[in-house]
Design a protein around this ligand. Structure first.
Ligand code: URA
Length: 231
């Protein structure tokens, strides 16, 4: 699909929201907080989708379970070629049980539409953290460490052709770096052999409109990386 820059920038502000409801999670035994980290990680890395969803729903591995409404696993096509990874659920996501349903989610949907994609259709959306940090504060390192095995397992199960990492926390957690988005964007990275494109978080773009143009370049790079992968 060839899309003009003007059309895309217009679309970034105008595309309609597209939502997919998540299935309610069923009950499963809680993850004991005291379990050894390595044991816990290796158990998570053997889970199927049902077990993973149940485990997230009952997870007590960090204190976020005390304040969250529910765990937010992810949404979309579990065999998607495109995997979009954000930071953590906010208030809307915590209430609805689905990633990116607030204002940042509207912009994300517009960004996806700009490259001919839509939520749930060959696209899966997840976050690094499955539980909302209170007051939308930044994720703490121990929360990221506790939650990463879930994301690792999601990536193994989905086996996406490309990962789009949104914002500092997703990028730094996946690439194991402290570099800034500004220094990392513009080239193709890899996570476990999967091409990974770095871009700004939609919530940041809502506050920094001029950087939408850079995000558009990043989306084009992602689309090119996909074409290259398919060639
Ligand atoms: N910001 C994120 O990083 N993820 C969401 O699900 C919502 C807002």
């Amino acid at each position: 699909m060839s899309v003009s820059r003007e059309l895309v920038l217009k679309e970034l502000g105008m595309a309609p929201v597209w939502r997919l409801r998540q299935q309610p999670a069923t009950l499963a035994p809680a993850e004991p907080a005291e379990a050894g980290n390595a044991d816990r990680r290796s158990r998570i890395l053997q889970m199927d989708w049902t077990q993973l969803k149940e485990s997230v729903a009952n997870c007590t591995a960090c204190d976020l379970h005390k304040t969250r409404t529910q765990g937010v696993v992810g949404v979309g096509d579990e065999h998607a070629e495109w995997l979009i990874i954000g930071e953590a659920p906010g208030a809307d996501e915590d209430a609805q049980g689905e990633p990116f349903v607030g204002q940042a989610g509207k912009l994300l949907d517009a960004m996806l539409a700009a490259i001919g994609l839509k939520r749930g259709d060959n696209v899966y959306i997840a976050n690094v953290l499955k539980s909302r940090p209170p007051g939308n504060r930044n994720p703490a390192p121990e929360e990221v460490a506790a939650c990463m095995p879930y994301l690792e397992r999601q990536i193994q199960l989905i086996r996406p052709k490309i990962i789009l990492a949104l914002g500092r926390f997703a990028v730094q957690s996946l690439l194991n770096t402290e570099e800034t988005i500004g220094r990392l964007r513009g080239r193709v990275h890899h996570y476990q052999g999967i091409p990974l494109i770095v871009t700004y978080h939609p919530a940041y773009l809502l506050r920094n409109l001029p950087d939408k143009e850079k995000a558009w370049e990043d989306l084009c790079l992602a689309r090119e990386a996909m074409k290259h992968d398919k060639a």
